[in-house]
Design a protein around this ligand. Structure first.
Ligand code: ADP
Ligand code: MG
Length: 250
């Protein structure tokens, strides 16, 4: 489904990501781990079109996507969340989910003003679908609360519901458990599994919480200084001396 090939990004001479290769199949849950500054968010930004590669590229369902704009990539079925939440804090929980569909079909403001874009405006996610997603993330009871009034753990689950409102084929989560306590993290683990099982989508996640990564991911890739230093099952990665060295020596 997703393949990065020789994917590289340089910032002013700094190799943030070097010759990255990854293949992801439909229905797989794959984790990307590594010390701070190892290139994880850069990888996500390259896949989702927020950065242009210095070299190499990204294929999604056989098509080269690395020169497409973020909105075009989202329309192909790739949804992502960011480190920290980016909700519409003053909109209700339900409105945030319904607005998610707009992220997949964003309109050019100039076209809207001129009237040309009207036909392209995609309707918000249906009320029914939004409620289904809210139920799945356990937030139906607070559907009309402002999103900003929710405890942080609930905001993170709302972000996932919003990303799912675009009906993606690939869901990319950047540190979804950051700031969550252990019981919220467990709820998140079950949610991600449920989402994969119900919709059959692929999940790529960056995470520092090792318990979550090791329990949730079927395959893990380890980055250090922009390079892939190990890849395998949780057990393989955990026993790899290069991985232990990257974390202890880093
Ligand atoms: P991680 O997410 O693994 O912590 P990042 O991908 O954010 O790491 O960063 C990898 C390296 O690239 C770091 O050295 C970081 O400072 C650098 N970097 C990331 N984004 C930019 C940018 N927009 N401009 C310059 N340097 C950047
Ligand atoms: Mg990061």
């Amino acid at each position: 489904m997703l393949e990065t090939h020789d994917l590289s990004k340089t910032f002013n001479g700094l190799m943030a990501l070097q010759q990255h290769h990854l293949q992801l199949q439909r229905g797989e849950i794959v984790g990307v781990i590594g010390p701070n500054g190892s290139g994880k968010s850069t990888l996500f930004n390259l896949i989702s079109g927020f950065l242009r590669p210095s070299q190499g590229g990204v294929r999604f369902e056989g098509r080269e996507i690395s020169r497409l704009a973020p909105a075009a990539i989202a329309r192909l079925g790739i949804a992502r969340t960011f480190q920290g939440t980016r909700l519409f804090k003053n909109l209700s929980v339900l409105e945030n989910v319904r607005a998610g569909a707009q992220l997949r079909y964003p309109v050019n403001l100039a076209e809207v003003v001129s009237g040309l874009g009207r036909a392209k405006i995609h309707p918000p996610a249906s009320e029914k679908m939004a409620w289904e997603l809210l139920e799945m993330v356990g937030l139906e009871a607070v559907a009309d609360w402002p999103a900003g009034s929710l405890p942080y753990g609930n905001q993170r689950r709302l972000e996932i519901a919003r990303a799912l409102a675009t009906a993606p084929k690939l869901l990319m989560l950047d540190e979804p458990a950051a700031g969550l306590d252990s019981s919220e993290t467990l709820t998140l683990l079950h949610l991600i599994r449920q989402v994969r099982d119900r919709y059959g989508l692929a999940v790529l996640l960056i995470e520092h919480d090792m318990d979550l990564v090791m329990n949730l991911c079927e395959r893990i890739q380890v980055l250090a200084y922009g390079q892939v230093i190990a890849e395998g099952t949780p057990a393989e990665v955990q026993s790899d001396p290069r991985v232990q060295e990257a974390y202890l020596g880093g």
